[in-house]
Design a protein around this ligand. Sequence first.
Ligand SMILES: [Mn+2]
Length: 270
Amino acid sequence: MDTDELIQLMGEATRILQKRPAITRTEGNILAVGDVHGDIDSTKRAIELRDKLQLDQVVFIGDLVDRGADQLGTLVTLMRELVTNPDRIQLIRGNHEDIAINHRFGFLDELQSKGIDVNTTIQPLGELYSSMPVATIMDGTAFMVHGGIPYYNGDIDVWTIGKGGPQLDPIDDCFGLLWNDPAEAQDMSPDRWGENLRGSGSYTFSKKVVDEFLDQLGLKYLVRAHVVQKNGFCWYNDRTLSLFSANSGRYSGIKIAYAEVSEHGIKIIR
Ligand SMILES: [Mn+2]
């Protein structure tokens, strides 16, 4: 794939994602996928599993690029599927769908090494990221998001949260959705909100926050990603499922997991 073809495909994907709200609605039976980080085999397998299990959609919950063995191939695979079968795939933004993060964690280097002109690609890549929804809600069932619950004090109306720009900033209202973690993931036990070892404006949230947030939205589960899981998944408490779906490059040895999510509940899929 050359630079022109990549920019063309990114434009087509951006136009589809721009029509979607910041927080989408998800219905039916879906396959939720955690971080793939450039693992093209896991990415293709997730799409195949959607079809084999006759699910309605595959929902990638962010961190599509950086670190892995074939990040360009992974993003191209996802964009082609989006363009071909838009009703059967969702791409939810992770904290690595960010131009500044891609500078530091490998995606821009990989593009350059594959002969892509990074200078002309940066702007359409940023537009792609800016067009991505930041969470999805399955009514009565689950809030699905890369990081977790954004910091709030008092009341929160998630429907007012907007999409982010090409680079995420802690003042963006979607920042916490993409960066925050359950307190249990960092062995912390704050009453509600705690510091987050990732720094940069991120927080950890307690089970009390999870209960309050989900109950307010009439949901049962928080389905998120963002943290490496040796076994591919982890229940941090009875309502928070964390998924990790990459095992290429530095993540070799990880036992990948996905999750089938429907109104009937959650089932781990290998
Ligand atoms: Mn992440």
